[in-house]
Design a protein around this ligand. Structure first.
Ligand SMILES: Nc1nc2c(c(=O)[nH]1)N[C@H]1C(S)=C(S)[C@@H](COP(=O)(O)O)O[C@H]1N2
Ligand SMILES: [Mo]
Length: 327
């Protein structure tokens, strides 16, 4: 997601992954020595705060038609929790896991404002209590051309938005991430590429779509800070940067909101950011992706599909739009 315009910069430079790959090969080779202290069995890091989720409905093949379930191989927990983009904790892929240990996500509240009948400040427990928690196994495709398959736990955003009774003036929904430089070292960095707080947005019909998830867990556990604790958005047919983490504000607005990456580099990151193999990023092709886990020796490259494979569910939202122009 770096926005340097250097002609020589490639997709691999943007992911700064060498440290991560070294760590994987190190663990994979069974040469774990000093690092072993932080690892539990099965390669799952035994960090504080990894708690089993409690009650939720497992995703099964019966949900495949709705897009709620994919049979594809799930990305190992260790990859999904140690290869992250969360610039509030730093721009390196391993920074979020490394710098999250003091992050406090309880108690948590979300401010709801703008064009709705039920604005206010809501405790997260109160928003979760009336809802059934469901597992959704989704593909996640980053605009940097890597991808994962992650079993999330959460609930459809649509139900929560309806509860707030949006008025007819609500055409878009804007989301804001916590701003707290004390806890988020990336927000203290003066060389930051982006303005804080991180802001994302969806058109109302996108926000109401049943695939649009508010995630509070993953892999049967409570969500970890590096993945956006205690609550983050997951929009599986869009590039990962739309799936904003650690949400503290939801605003119903009339105009298309100014979003973080779109503001930083409008020619590179659009508001819609629908996954599209035919619309290249100015600096790299989007026609294929690296499915994690991958390594230098086994890159695991696969073809990217329109709307990240969710065209059947979401293509109708964009009928009549020029996807190359409204990228
Ligand atoms: N607040 C915030 N949300 C964010 C980001 C970020 O830097 N800050 N990065 C985004 C990007 S680019 C991606 S690919 C996904 C990654 O989610 P994951 O680390 O849980 O896989 O989070 C998105 N949400
Ligand atoms: Mo991303």
């Amino acid at each position: 997601m770096l926005i340097k315009k250097a002609a020589s910069l490639t997709e691999n430079d943007t992911t700064s992954e060498s440290h991560y790959l070294n760590r994987r090969q190190f663990i994979g080779a069974g040469l774990v020595t000093g690092a072993a202290a932080t690892l539990g069995s099965g390669g799952v890091a035994a960090e504080d705060g990894i708690k089993p989720f409690g009650q939720y409905q497992k995703s099964t093949a019966q949900f495949a038609n709705s897009g709620f379930y994919t049979r594809e191989t799930q990305t190992p927990f260790d990859d999904a929790t140690h290869y992250n983009n969360f610039y509030e904790f730093g721009t390196g892929k391993t920074d979020p896991a490394r710098y999250q240990s003091k992050f406090v996500s309880t108690p948590w509240s979300i401010t709801v404002d703008g064009h709705c009948q039920k604005p206010g400040r809501y405790h997260l427990e109160d928003l979760m209590k009336p809802r059934n928690m469901e597992e959704r196994i989704y593909r996640l495709r980053c605009v940097e051309a890597w991808s994962m398959v992650i079993p999330w736990i959460g609930f459809s955003l649509g139900g929560l938005l309806s509860q707030m009774e949006p008025t007819s003036k609500a055409k878009y929904v804007a989301f804001t991430t916590l701003q707290d430089p004390q806890q988020m070292p990336g927000q203290r960095s003066s060389s930051s590429f982006v303005d804080w707080p991180y802001i994302e947005g969806l058109r109302m019909d996108e926000a109401m779509h049943p695939l649009t998830l508010m995630a509070v867990g993953l892999y049967g556990r409570e969500i970890l800070p590096q993945n956006g604790a205690p609550i983050r958005l997951v929009v599986p047919w869009k590039y990962g940067f739309k799936s904003i983490k650690s949400i503290v504000r939801i605003s119903f607005v009339e105009e298309m909101p100014a979003t973080t990456w779109n503001k930083a580099a409008p020619d590179e990151y659009g508001f819609y950011a629908n996954v599209n193999p035919d619309v290249s990023h100015p600096r790299w092709s989007q026609s294929s992706e690296r499915r994690l886990p991958s390594s230098l020796f086994s890159p695991n490259r696969i073809e990217t599909t329109l709307f990240n494979g969710y065209a059947e569910q979401v293509a109708s939202l964009y009928r009549g739009m020029n996807l190359a122009k409204q990228y």
